[in-house]
Unconditional design. Structure first.
Length: 145
């Protein structure tokens, strides 16, 4: 049922934080920059997403067929402040593309094709990852000179 699929989707999303932590260890990235006074703000941006969970629970209970769409919209939109935080426009662009793409797909495809929403989101997140990586490499070259 749509409800069971939505619950499963929500549970799988719980693995994202441990995966992010694992990838940070593999790629040797820093989660905290101690001398950056804005550091706590990034954490607050992530916590802000939790305040949308009541909306997700409402959607899950009342309209489970739209849960994946709502989850994707919230997840995509939460990237928007990072455009300012990291001075990287890719976050803003992908926040809009993910949110609007999820809305358009959710409203225009039948429930049999809602899998297109996470597929679209995965493609957008892959592109965002590439944009961030390329931007990082460019900045790294500039600082080395």
């Amino acid at each position: 049922s749509a409800y069971n699929k939505s619950i499963f989707t929500f549970m799988v999303g719980g693995f994202l934080l441990p995966m992010a932590f694992t990838f940070s260890k593999v790629f040797k990235t820093n989660w905290k920059v101690k001398d950056n006074p804005l550091q706590p703000l990034g954490l607050w941006f992530n916590f802000a997403q939790l305040f949308y969970f009541p909306f997700l629970i409402f959607t899950l209970i009342k309209y489970p067929e739209y849960f994946v769409m709502a989850y994707a919209i919230i997840t995509g939109a939460h990237f928007f402040p990072y455009a300012w935080f990291y001075m990287e426009k890719g976050y803003a662009v992908m926040a809009g593309l993910i949110s609007l793409g999820a809305l358009l797909l959710g409203l225009n495809v039948s429930s049999a094709y809602t899998y297109l929403i996470p597929v679209m989101m995965s493609i957008c997140l892959t592109i965002l990852g590439l944009i961030i990586f390329i931007s990082y490499k460019r900045k790294e070259l500039i600082y080395q000179q």
